[in-house]
Design a protein around this ligand. Sequence first.
Ligand SMILES: [Zn+2]
Ligand SMILES: [Zn+2]
Length: 565
Amino acid sequence: MNNKKIAEVLYEIAEILEMKNVKFKPWAYRKAAQTIESLNEDVKDILKEGKLEELPGIGESIAKKIRELIETGKLRYYEKLKKGIPVKLAELEKVEGLGPKRIKLLYDKLNIKDLKQLKKAAKKGKIRKIKSLGEKVEKNILEGAEFVKKSGKRFLLGMILGEAEEIKELLRKRKEITKIELAGSLRRMKETIGDLDILAVSKDNKKTMDFFCGMSTVQRVLAKGNTKSSVRLKNDVHVDLRLVNENEFGSALQYFTGSKQHSIELRKIAIGKKMKLSEYGLFKGKKKIAGESEINVYGKLGLQYIEPELRENIGEIEAAKKKKLPKLVKYGDVKGDLHMHTNWSDGRNTIKEMVEQTKRLGNKFIAITDHAGDLKIAGALSDKQILKQMKEVNKISDGVKVFYGLEVNIKKNGDLDVGDSILKKVDVVIASIHSGFRQSRDLLTKRILKAMDNKYVKIIAHPTGRILLGRRGYELNFNKIFKKAMDNGVALEVNAFPARLDLDYLNVKNAVENKVKISIGTDAHNIDQLKFLKLGTSVARRGWAEKKDIINCFSIGKLTKFFER
Ligand SMILES: [Zn+2]
Ligand SMILES: [Zn+2]
């Protein structure tokens, strides 16, 4: 039972409870699952240290269940729940458009238990006959089902980025290796990753492959060769290491970074110039004209260099032709984190510990934004506690600027669950939706618009509520939201928590085109999670954001003014 598997069980419990219309508990299980999923340490070690209950979102009852899972490999509560729901929930949940309620409906009406039966029913036109679903939903379900089959097993970027960088570092330090880079979708910082590709140049291939296959994190060697080896890591991630010639490193890196669509377009451009582009280089007739570096490959094709995060074939090639690519925000430009929780609400660490870690990471400011109002399950602060915490935060003068903020819940009617008399005393108010996700697009949009009309609200957090590999986000009328955000000077958040990355990059691109400001927040619930700022920045980069678009890149003075507006 590794962290990922335990998290999967907890997610599934949440889904089953949701199907049964149980209140609050699904939320608690999902929260616990997110915590386990994002841990650096093995949860087994935490259990051994007796510190399970110190983790955010893990109370006595869930801790007991995790213990049972680790010690026996099973969980009686879960087995019993599953018996009550005779469908393959985890499998069906992966289909876009299928939530617990629809799955229950499909089971009740058509006895659909798994993906295979779902596809069969959709193809036969049975789903459209259910009154509340209809033809369009049926079509979406079928498309979604096909997608699940194709996409297979994926991992959250945030869950493997650290280990990927560690492996790169281990290899980089070896004397025989002269060049090394992570490739694939990880280099493009895609939200979820299928497997890991590493590219290197070595003076001694055998020595490098021996080392790679013998790393302590390897679970199994799948193939070992002189130029390519594949291993499965203990966390189930599949890694390929390819060793290439020095003069092919750039073209190979371009080739193995993708995306596929982006590379296809590049090859077309090459053909148009009577050239040929492959992983071995860019050729004009027999003559190789580029290959050792990516910059040269792009240059010889008449393009500006395109950063990996942009290579999704969404307009970057046209922009590179015209030399009009954005001046992407750099990872080092983001100087502070504007969303986090402490042990005042459902976080693990104290305010002071969060500040200390911020200093260690070299950041200049943070906003402490604990839950406030009615969200009792997240340990939301009462008015009295807010005033007390505010005093505490305002006392800090420690090289790091600490804004005092709150994460306030947007109620089902769009009201906030903390009064204006409190909000006006706070540096920054974040508003977000934590319940009622299944309202219509129209109602959800109205809720957010109304929250943005509160003059104290400065950021809308995790705007679509999506959970990667879990729950798809709700639909919103973004045209209206962008307009309101512009008019009222409200920023939209890129929530950098690995399972959220919400807004996604396409919405960021749209937001930025509409001159809406972006705020990056880790939503950290402990000090380890503050490092997710990089993930948030990657989404901003994938969404073509520049420094000027991101309020975390503002000076403290300018940011203070933005909050005061
Ligand atoms: Zn939240
Ligand atoms: Zn939060």
